[in-house]
Design a protein around this ligand. Sequence first.
Ligand code: PDD
Length: 283
Amino acid sequence: METAYFNGKFIPKEEIRISPDDRGFLFADGIYEVIRWYEGFFYDMSSHVTRLKRSLRELRINWPDADLFPSFAFDLIKLNNLENQPAMVYLQVTRGAARRTHSFPSPEVPPTAYAYAWGFIPDSKSNETGIKVMLKDDIRWGRCDIKSVALLPNTISFQEARENGLKECIFVRNGLITEGTHSNIFFVINGTLFTHPESNYILSGITRKNILRIAQEAGIAIREEAVQENRIRFIQEAFICNTSAEVTPVTELGGNTLGEGIPGPVTKIISAKFNNEIKALKG
Ligand code: PDD
């Protein structure tokens, strides 16, 4: 039996009932977080709590329990016997249930909070040999910095990648490469690491932030600058990153083979350093 968190309580997942008037259902009026459990700890939980609070603030959802995320996420791991395996925790908070109207409910209604945990097998083959990804016009809204559950452009674009036998779809806005449907992307051009700067056009990934720190500690030159789609031929290496995929090399971008078509040396250094950090945290 799967135990989930629902509005402050732990209950069997199948007993959860959410109103059809929930604004998450009606308007995708909610936010979410995803964090990885590494057989003993959550990676960079404090950054996830900070981003969770920011998402709530940006959408003006008053949910007082954000600081309890570390504690109930850990409870979910324990209650579902996931302590000793790679696992993920998903949390979603919506503005709550109220008669459908575009303006916010007045008076305010309690938010709906739901979280669950699941064990998974990391895709180590992709981490080692790399993946092929497609490119597509960024059809999303102008607030990609908010971790909102309104993910239709992301899901249909990822589906398109899947149907083409590719592992991710990378968005291009006004000729500039932004990020993936559920990942950030880095490039190596003449030894310098490039990634789109933090802005309303990308999600500030926690993995992205930690990779920038790791690269800086390793003395790798960094430029938080978007790469133009028409400069793909100058890219020697690329990798995507997110909470579950960590550092995943990209060997082909929009039909263009990058470098030798295998994970490049800078990518390998960053990936190794990231993995070493995890190992050290495991103790
Ligand atoms: N997605 N950009 C987008 C659009 C994302 O959805 C994600 C994460 C990231 C990477 O963020 P982080 O390093 O904090 O995981 C970047 C999660 C994994 C998801 O939607 O499942």
